[in-house]
Design a protein around this ligand. Structure first.
Ligand SMILES: Cc1cc2nc3c(=O)[nH]c(=O)nc-3n(C[C@H](O)[C@H](O)[C@H](O)COP(=O)(O)O)c2cc1C
Ligand code: SF4
Ligand code: SF4
Length: 276
């Protein structure tokens, strides 16, 4: 099949999904002799109607939140990102715990919206909540697999005469399982986890406003960045991208969950997986 444009379309709070989706799409474009373009839907302004045609290929990237596609981004993907026999590569980033049904859910959303998912990947990235869980990921070993996926997907595309009717087989359960729930030691859901919001250290904040501009939910008041007036999805963009290190979580349940995750999963290397 002839592909004229390869797109990287991604949501990325802390930058790992962006890194992988853009690398994969650029490499595919190069190998297919196509032009490369990118669309970032992390902030509300980026969540516009997108329609792709049969001569385009879309690398669609999202992080895994609670074992699935982030629930507040799902309606956007379902209602506003359309293909017309458009080849697609769903890619999810996960924070060294598990990608559970994130990849299969993204693949299914794409297939339902007129895309033909021909390859996929679940890549490990540093966990949004932590600096030690998945630290330094994706690293050289992960990116080698991403590059291999690009080469093998390009070969597959060159051998196609039409968009395949069957989507690529990926890991995960279908029907999709419920969202993963953070729990305490007694197996009870952590109290008020969803209500956790970042706070601001007034001694460090220089009021540059970057956090308010970056917030995917538009939740931080640009006039007073100490106020999180909207819904916080705990993406940690404001925490990890604040140039002064002024944003942090002090919510008891959030910190408990962060430390539990670190205790359980920081000591191992979860795998990056590619599917063709
Ligand atoms: C609310 C939330 C839930 C998450 N849930 C999971 C999960 O279920 N499994 C996992 O391994 N990582 C999980 N993560 C970690 C992210 O998937 C991971 O850090 C990813 O690399 C972030 O992508 P980004 O850098 O593009 O924002 C979660 C992160 C957040 C913010
Ligand atoms: S990015 Fe950091 S320094 Fe800038 S306004 Fe936000 S909290 Fe303050
Ligand atoms: S306020 Fe919440 S949703 Fe907004 S950038 Fe910070 S962590 Fe993400």
């Amino acid at each position: 099949m002839e592909i004229k444009t390869v797109w990287a379309v991604y949501f990325s709070g802390t930058g790992t999904t962006e890194k992988v989706a853009t690398r994969l799409a650029k490499s595919l474009a190069e190998q297919l002799g196509a032009q490369y373009r990118a669309h970032d839907y992390t902030t509300p302004a980026g969540r516009v109607e997108l329609t792709f045609g049969p001569e385009e290929l879309v690398v669609l990237g999202t992080p895994v939140y609670a074992g699935r596609v982030p629930n507040l981004m799902l309606p956007y993907l379902q209602s506003s990102v359309h293909g017309a026999h458009t080849l697609a590569v769903p890619v999810v980033l996960y924070g060294n715990r598990n990608f559970d049904d994130g990849l299969i859910e993204l693949r299914n959303v794409l297939a339902a919206n007129g895309f033909a998912p021909i390859a996929g990947a679940a890549v490990v990235g540093e966990h949004s909540f932590s600096k030690i869980l998945g630290a330094g990921r994706p690293d050289g070993e992960d990116l080698e697999l991403v590059d291999r996926l690009a080469r093998e997907t390009a070969d597959k595309v060159k051998g196609l005469t039409a968009a395949p009717a069957q989507p690529v087989a990926v890991e995960g359960c279908d029907p999709i399982r419920p969202y993963y729930t953070p729990r305490d030691r007694h197996g009870e859901p952590i109290k008020d986890f969803l209500k956790a919001k970042p706070v601001t250290d007034p001694d460090k904040c220089v009021k540059c406003g970057l956090c308010a501009r970056l917030c995917p939910m538009g939740a931080i008041d640009p006039e007073d960045v100490t106020q999180v007036v909207g819904k916080c999805i705990k993406c940690c963009a404001c925490v990890k991208k604040c140039p002064m290190g002024a944003k942090y979580f002090d919510h008891e349940g959030y910190l408990y969950h962060q430390h539990e995750l670190e205790d359980q999963y920081a000591g191992r290397r979860a795998p990056t997986k590619i599917f063709l």
